[in-house]
Design a protein around this ligand. Structure first.
Ligand code: ATP
Ligand code: MG
Length: 584
């Protein structure tokens, strides 16, 4: 490919609306152009990268025994009603109507469609197990499309679905997919961590995510991990050893009997601690949430935070938000935010807006004694309270706590660390979550109908490309891993007017092409500086610069990953590239 013909427009500056590296780089280097919020054109360079990732994914999925198919992008409402998700999926599901007023959606994922395909085609145990996958565009009307390809509304995903007869069969396939994923990301030049995670809207019980670990803002997930053992989990799923109950404070006379005391203007845990001169570990904190329109109180030890996904799952909902000041006032039946803020407690609150108020307690409060708690009175708290004597311990006591770094590993007891990660793929054990409601069954050996035991396995193809940039760049541009770079190499004649330089450059270019390398020759009549800048920005892994040193029979060979330059003979330079691509 001649640089003069390559469809690419590099920009002098980073785009002003881009927040993260990969978005900035991919726009500036001419890979993508925004069409509308969260929707991008993949220009020729980008498309080459995406196809390479797709091919790696395809090769490894095929090698793992999965079969590729392609399902429609537009899906009918009826199937989503069968699974029960039409109601619960929420606004991310882009719904539309056709001319006959039939309701449809743009596929955000394909469990319903694949389950209907299986139901029609997999009737006997003799046909199982099966794993089917596709590589296709998805549409999710994300609340906050941002970070370019990392969180788009339209994006490319590989999604696979497995059908088994037994849980053991599913677990075997799950392990098979985990192994394939590890290979895929490694081949893409990415270091990933497989971490335990919440299964979210897709459902099921066991799931893991593959995270590209990054210290940049692009890492939307907190990953807790242990250096001493293999424990690692997304913050929405991470657990730690329960902290010890606070026994550090000697409780004096007054605290031994439950009573309501004045605590004026204590609207926060800190203010309450200061006023009562106690640590936060003696306070049962009450937080108010609205989950699927219903009021939920969460009780947790004063020094800990609630993990909203865990709380939502404990309640069994799909949509969670913290209650507004006005809602809390109404719930408590008091007037003015200052009257409510900081003083709410679980006792005596029954219903709100026609819904019963549910109380869910975190495990950290279960063993607390002589604690402080809100009693729904302005400027007052209960002190010296004990469960069931003074206030009822909620029926649901479970883990709704956000883990913090330094807390102890649930497996080995060593302190946990935290880092940020970009989720590039995930695997779920779905079980019968879709097959049962959709009546997707096969006949077993005894002629009995059984629902398939399913698994599903996703990889964000376009997100993986962006994550690769987050992991491989410097201030001058992208440093693509060789396996997914749009081209392997660029040959740069410093002066196109110099016949000798052009002759050598063309020789190298032809040799490389002959050996299967994907190569660009920068034939533009531009200043050398411009050419070098573009080559670094676009991120060609190998750059062969043909300049004055050709008089000594040498070219400059630059490796973008390290920016290391070496003088060598033209044929040697070509040889290095050819060897590298043969080793891919
Ligand atoms: P996230 O928590 O980041 O929203 P998810 O749990 O919704 O991801 P899945 O539904 O399991 O993701 O989709 C499978 C894969 O598709 C993800 O691992 C991710 O790589 C990719 N993906 C999901 N949402 C997006 C998006 N909005 N833009 C780009 N890629 C995405
Ligand atoms: Mg999502």
């Amino acid at each position: 490919m001649k640089m003069s013909k390559l469809f690419v427009q590099t920009l002098r500056e980073f785009p002003s609306d881009a927040e993260v590296i990969s978005h900035k780089m991919l726009v500036r280097a001419g890979y993508i152009r925004k069409l509308t919020s969260g929707v991008y054109n993949y220009l020729p360079l980008m498309w080459r990268v995406l196809k390479k990732i797709e091919n790696i994914v395809r090769e490894e999925m095929d090698a793992a025994g999965a079969q590729e198919l392609l399902m429609p992008f537009v899906q009918p409402k009826e199937l989503w009603e069968e699974s029960g998700r039409w109601e619960v999926y929420g606004k991310e599901l882009m719904r539309l109507r056709d001319r006959h007023n039939r309701e449809m959606c743009l596929g955000p994922t394909h469990e319903e469609i694949i389950t209907s395909i299986a139901r029609d085609g997999l009737k006997s145990y003799k046909q199982l197990p099966v794993n089917l996958y596709q590589i296709q565009s998805k549409f999710r009307d994300e609340v906050r499309p941002r970070f370019g390809l990392l969180r788009g509304r339209e994006f490319i995903m590989k999604d696979a679905y497995s059908f088994d007869m037994t849980q053991e069969g599913l677990e075997k396939e799950y392990a098979n997919m985990a192994q394939a994923y590890t290979k895929i990301f490694k081949r893409c030049g990415l270091n990933t961590k497989m971490v335990q995670s919440d299964s979210g809207a897709i459902g099921g019980s066991v799931s893991h995510e593959f995270m590209v670990i990054t210290d940049t803002d692009a890492g939307e997930n907190d990953v807790f991990y242990c250096d001493s053992c293999d424990y690692s989990a997304n913050s929405n799923h991470a657990v730690s050893k329960l902290p010890e109950v606070n026994e550090g404070v000697k409780l004096t006379g007054d605290w031994q009997t439950a009573q309501i005391v004045d605590t004026p203007n204590t609207h926060s845990i800190e203010e309450l601690c200061d006023f009562l001169k106690i640590p936060a570990t003696l306070i049962v904190k009450t937080l108010v949430y609205i989950i699927d329109k219903k009021p939920v109180l969460a009780l947790i030890r004063g020094d800990k935070q609630v993990e909203e996904t865990k709380l939502m799952n404990a309640f069994g909902g799909n949509d969670i938000r913290i209650a507004t000041a006005g809602e809390i006032e109404e719930m408590m039946g008091v007037n003015g935010f200052d009257a409510a803020k900081g003083f709410i407690g679980p006792q005596g609150l029954k219903e709100y807006n026609g819904y019963e108020i549910t109380v869910i307690a975190d495990e950290t409060v279960r063993d607390m004694k002589n604690f402080v708690i809100g009693v729904n009175q302005k400027d007052k708290h209960g002190i010296g309270y004990n469960w069931d004597l003074d206030v009822k311990l909620p029926e649901t006591v479970t883990d709704i706590r956000l883990v913090e770094a330094g807390e102890l590993c649930p497996q080995c007891g060593k302190p946990l660390k935290v880092t940020r990660g970009i989720e590039v793929g995930n695997i779920f054990q779905l079980g019968t979550k879709y097959s049962k409601p959709m009546n997707a069954v096969y006949l077993d050996q005894n002629g009995k109908t059984q629902p398939y035991i399913m698994g599903c396995y996703g990889i964000g193809i376009s997100r993986t490309a962006a994550a690769a940039v987050e992991a491989h760049y410097d201030e001058h541009g992208i440093k693509w891993p060789l396996a997914i770079a749009p081209y392997h190499a660029i040959v740069i004649p410093v002066s196109t007017k110099d016949e000798e330089q052009m002759r050598v450059a063309n020789d190298i270019y032809t040799t490389l092409k002959k050996h299967g390398a994907e190569v660009v020759i920068d034939d533009r009549d531009e200043r050398a500086g411009v050419k070098f800048k573009d080559a670094d920005l676009i991120g060609f892994p190998y750059q062969i610069i043909v300049g004055k040193s050709i008089a000594d029979g040498n070219v400059e060979f630059k490796i973008r990953e390290t920016d290391e330059k070496t003088a060598m003979k033209p044929e040697e330079a070509a040889e290095v590239v050819i060897t590298a691509i043969n080793n891919l």
